[in-house]
Design a protein around this ligand. Structure first.
Ligand SMILES: [Zn+2]
Ligand SMILES: [Zn+2]
Length: 106
């Protein structure tokens, strides 16, 4: 496992971990992003079976009035540095949340 990194802002130093059952709840002191980390199960790519994964923040969107989509929450997902290389490359530039693969249509 390489070093812990905040999936939202890329911070690697000011991260605080707190045990929460089997999981470690990590909080980034720079941007307040919180996520859970399972110390017993590394995230694994279901396509190549590799575990060279990098966290990213994905938006959960809902359609609000009119046709505007608004971000209602974010979740941390893990992308494969091999299979998702191009997504990660563009994510690292601005670190704005990834949009869901499927947008709500109603
Ligand atoms: Zn952060
Ligand atoms: Zn992969």
């Amino acid at each position: 496992m390489d070093e812990l990194q905040c999936p939202a802002c890329g911070e690697t130093e000011n991260l605080v971990g707190r045990e929460n059952g089997d999981l470690i709840e990590v909080t980034c002191e720079r941007c307040d992003q919180q996520w859970d980390r399972d110390p017993h199960a590394l995230p694994t790519c279901h396509r190549c079976d590799g575990n060279d994964m990098e966290g990213a923040v994905k938006a959960i969107v809902e359609k609000s009035r009119g046709s505007q989509l608004s971000i209602v929450a974010t979740q941390v997902v893990y992308l494969c540095r091999i299979c998702d290389e191009s997504i990660l490359a563009s994510y690292r530039v601005g670190r704005s949340p990834l949009m869901p693969d499927q947008l709500p249509t109603q």
